[in-house]
Design a protein around this ligand. Structure first.
Ligand code: AQP
Length: 336
């Protein structure tokens, strides 16, 4: 079976709807067709300051949400990044293969560091995409299910895989598989409900534009009802002209597994109010059991930790093998 690898940050506590529709939903589906590795990326989280107690709690909370969303530890490998030391180890090797200019071109770094200011930006944030390269290559992943915002990092991964293969291997025995991004077009970018020109984001969205899955469902319902649309009244999917309505249609269609044209037909002649009220209801119905399941997993930390420990063991077996090959090929003396 082809292999997939992806990760999610444990930074904000709750996942938001963009994380779920853009990434986690695909992770769940890919368990049936792929050898799937998924992780909570705590090493990435510390590229910005974290309170230790909150980081620990949020890491377990992220794992609980992934299980609640439908990841099944019998059908995928779910683990915490820091439990597998090979990530940091291969990350260093990859840092030494990455050009400074190349890393400087990463748009996510440019955006985030501009917001934080140079004094508060860490070197870790700068090399974050390179650690992500190591995350992916360690598992010899064929595909990386992510949202559109991560495409550039997967491109960097491809470049570095090819660079390492060329420099240190032979053409018929490459060290790394060169991975493809796996981006589902329809949900690749879920937009802020108040500003449909920008992606929904935990750090950049206003509270009213961001739908957190663990928030009180009634509060989220209100956000759908007051979503920004346009001055027209026709419900039509047209991201250029009607970004707000199109975003709502995408969310609605995905959560109910309906097609957008079907929704357009259903809402022909009806106003935006009807669409927003119904979507609010659809969301509440979907999110309520998700929240309950998350609480159940959190209520049994022993089981949760043992799922993560088993996942780390499976992940390490693969990661250690890749790292050993890498160390050998770059000329490190084997440890006796
Ligand atoms: N708005 C979005 N639409 C579609 N996919 C999205 N993702 C994030 N936002 C959207 C995808 O979610 C996965 C996990 O994200 P993450 O938490 O690891 O990374 P992130 O990009 O830091 O999340 P945010 O909310 O975008 O945080 P900020 O704005 O603080 O950087 C990834 O696959 C991502 O593509």
């Amino acid at each position: 079976r082809p292999r997939v690898l992806s990760g999610i940050q444990p930074t904000a506590g709750s996942f938001h709807l963009g994380n779920y529709l853009g990434a986690v939903r695909q992770w769940v589906a890919l368990q049936d067709t792929h050898d799937a590795f998924y992780m909570v990326v705590d090493l990435h989280a510390i590229t910005v300051p974290q309170d230790p107690a909150e980081l620990r709690a949020n890491t377990r909370l992220a794992a609980a949400q992934l299980l609640a969303a439908g990841l099944d530890p019998d059908r995928c490998t779910l683990f915490v990044q820091s439990h597998v030391p090979e990530h940091a180890q291969l990350g260093w090797v990859m840092n030494c293969l990455t050009g400074f200019g190349e890393a400087s071109r990463m748009t996510q770094f440019k955006d985030k560091s501009a917001k934080q200011g140079a004094d508060r930006t860490t070197v870790g944030l700068f090399t974050y995409p390179v650690l992500q390269v190591a995350d992916i290559l360690l598992y010899q992943a064929n595909a990386v299910p992510v949202g559109e915002d991560q495409r550039q990092h997967v491109e960097l991964t491809r470049d570095l895989a090819v660079r390492f293969n060329t420099r240190f291997g032979t053409a018929d025995d490459p060290t790394f598989i060169v991975p493809e991004p796996y981006i589902v077009k329809e949900t690749a970018k879920i937009y802020d409900l108040q500003d449909p020109a920008v992606k929904m984001s935990k750090s950049a969205s206003s509270p009213k534009g961001l739908v957190n899955l663990l928030d009180e469902p009634k509060a989220s319902a209100k956000k759908f009802k007051s979503a920004v649309t346009d001055t027209d009244t026709v419900i039509r999917f047209d991201p250029e002209v009607k970004p707000g309505v199109s975003n709502l249609l995408t969310i609605y269609a995905t959560l109910t597994q309906t097609s957008v044209p079907e929704l357009e037909e259903r809402y022909a002649g009806k106003g935006y109010g009807a669409l927003k009220t119904d979507l609010a209801e659809v969301f509440v119905e979907w999110v309520t059991p998700f929240r309950d399941r998350t609480q159940e997993y959190l209520g049994d930390p022993e089981t949760l930790d043992s799922i993560l420990a088993k996942g780390a063991e499976k992940a390490r077996a693969v990661a250690a093998e890749t790292l050993a090959t890498v160390y050998d090929r770059i000329g490190f003396v084997p440890a006796k």
